[in-house]
Structures are given as C-alpha cells and as structure tokens.
Design a protein around this ligand. Structure first.
Ligand code: KG4
Ligand code: ZN
Length: 320
C-alpha cells in the first residue's frame, strides 16, 4: 500500500478446492505454506519496492480456518521482527467492509454512519459502521452463510466448487420467476439459508424422479430462480435495517458482493428507495490482499499496533 492505494494486490488461487468440491482445512493450510513466500516476493516485485521500504506488516488474525490463519500470523510476526517494523492485526470481516476505503478511480468511500452487509462464504451480517473501528453487528445468519447457500445449491446441481460464480453466470440466461422458492421467516435482522437449501434439494429430487435430465435442461432457469430468491432475502433485510436505523448509505462487501443480481438490485434501490449504495470493484469483493492492506494503513495512521505474542483466532467477531 502507498497510503490508501495498493501498489500490488496478488492472490494465489487455490485450485485444490475445485478438485475436492470444497475447502479441506488441512490442504488449505498446506497450500498457504507453499504459497506464502513466493507470493510475498511477487507482491513486492509487482509493487517494485524492496522489503526494507515497508513501514508495517498487516495480517489476518481471524476469523477463518485456524491452520491457514496460523501460517499468515507466524509469517507476519517473523517479518515484523526481522525488519523491525510494527505488526498490525486485521479482522477479516472488518477488512471486507473497509475495502470501500481503498482509493480507486471508481471508488467513493461511504460517509459515516453507514450500513454494511458482509456476504461471503463464511458470513452474512448487517453491520452498523459508525467509524473505521466502531462497528456493531445488527443481524447475522443463524445457520448457513449466503455464499454457502450459493455453493451448496450449485453442488446439488452438479456444478463444481465454488458454485456461486457459476450460478451467477447461468442465471443471466434464465427466468428468475420460473421456479419460486420460499423466503424464510426469520425475525429482525437475522438471516437463515438452510431452509432454502433443503427446499432446493426436495425440489430437484421431485423433478429428477419425473425426468432425470431436468436439472441439466432447466439449469439457467433454476439458477436464475435461486439467485432471485437469495437476492430477495438479502434486500428485504437490508431494507428493514435501513428503516430501523434511518440510514440510507448502504455498502456491501465479501465474495457474494461480486454477484450480478445483488449489484443490480442495489442500483435499483437507489432509484426506488433513495439509497446511496457502495459496491466494491470485483477485485476487492472476493478475498484479496488489498482489503487487508487498507486496514493496515488506517490502523497505522492511528498507531493501532499489536504485539508479537498475538495468536490467530478462528472465531473473531467484528469489534471483538
Ligand atoms: O469473501 P470470500 O472470497 O471468502 C470468504 O471469506 O468466505 O467469499 C467466497 C464466496 C463463495 O461462497 C463464492 O461462491 C461466493 O463468494 N461468490 C459468489 C460470486 N462470486 C463469489 N456468489 C455468487 N455470485 C458470485 N458472482
Ligand atoms: Zn472473505
């Protein structure tokens, strides 16, 4: 990072997950070990700077898979110690939200306070953001995360992991109203996605019993219908949160923020509900280094450093 502008944003894609149809924790942490040193070299080379020019090192402390977090945490500690520079811990979910503060040609940071909906493979939350480091979770999923709902539905359709982007792609050619799926009745600002998965499972079983090729033949319509239902669930909760708080600056973040359906629905809400919406560029939606860098920069400005005894946390709540 140079100020709030990333000089490089390098990601090692872990193809291994595709092969196994999901994330296997042990394989993920081994892949982290294999990738971390070459990846850091690539990032420095791309930014065209020597590591001696670094002012601080930021790393993800959690939440996530402990094995993978440990690799990053240990590496960051060694670098901090070796270079004699401050160490900065980052909460992964806060980073998805603060990705909006990365400087870019199409990016305008939201003014405080704003509402952020974090939608990823592990989380679904609505967060009241009062300040860079004052955040309050107003609602969250009681079971599956929205990304999981996409990925599990895709799996039922025989699509590879991660299925979210594929559902998005097939949905473009489908009719979103062809197959209606139920919207769960969950009170307040909390979410639930496990019922949707079950209803898709039963629906496919029923239809496949009549016609074994049903899912293949109707794939675009099924994907469009699933996506439409998920986007409706998200938008209804966002609307409730906006009504309850009186806040109409609405941001999204996390892998599912790359979904075309939610992006279109938010733009539509600007016209229909008078919201101002903030949608990150694609490269800052799915997990990326830039979002960790921006939190590092913001914390660096305030001297929010951590110590070498810090440990990774698989569970790590926003503001916790
Ligand atoms: O934030 P992220 O990269 O990793 C986590 O922190 O979990 O989110 C990954 C999730 C996966 O479930 C993936 O299927 C989903 O984001 N995703 C999408 C799209 N792109 C990524 N879901 C729906 N539509 C997309 N275009
Ligand atoms: Zn993420």
């Amino acid at each position: 990072m140079h100020g709030s502008r990333p000089l490089s944003n390098v990601v090692a894609t872990q193809r291994i997950h595709e092969e196994y149809g999901g994330i296997v924790p042990e394989l993920a942490s081994r892949a982290h070990q294999q990738h971390i040193v070459p990846l850091v070299h690539r990032a420095l080379a791309k930014a065209n700077i020597d590591k001696k020019l670094l002012s601080a090192i930021a790393f993800t402390r959690g939440p996530g898979l402990l094995g993978s977090l440990l690799v990053g945490t240990s590496f960051a500690k060694s670098l901090s110690l070796g270079l004699g520079i401050p160490l900065i811990e980052v909460n992964h979910m806060e980073a998805h939200i603060l990705a909006h503060f990365i400087e870019g040609p199409d990016q305008q940071p939201p003014p405080f306070p704003f509402l952020a909906m974090t939608i990823s493979g592990g989380h679904t939350q609505i967060v009241l953001v009062r300040d860079h480091f004052k955040m309050e979770v107003l609602g969250e999923t009681l079971d599956d995360a929205v990304g999981e709902a996409f990925d599990k539905s895709a799996k039922l359709l025989g699509l590879p992991y991660p299925g979210g982007p594929l559902i998005d792609r097939y949905a473009q050619q489908g009719d979103p109203l062809r197959f209606p799926f139920p919207i769960p009745k969950v009170g307040g600002l909390d979410f639930s996605f496990s019922g949707l998965k079950t209803s898709i499972l039963y629906f496919l079983e029923r239809e496949r019993a009549k016609d074994p090729d049903f899912a293949d033949r109707e794939l675009p319509h099924i994907c469009a219908s699933i996506q439409h239902t998920i986007v409706n669930i998200l938008m209804q909760k966002l609307q409730l949160a906006s009504e309850q708080t009186g806040i109409s600056h609405i941001a999204i973040g996390g892998g599912v923020a790359a979904n075309s359906g939610i992006r279109i629905a938010l733009k539509q809400a600007e016209a229909d509900l008078g919201w101002t919406t903030y949608i990150p560029p694609f490269q800052y939606c799915t997990d990326n280094a830039g979002m960790i860098g921006i939190v590092g920069y913001l914390k660096y400005l305030e001297g929010r450093f951590t110590h070498l005894g810090v440990s990774a946390r698989a569970r790590y709540r926003i503001g916790g």
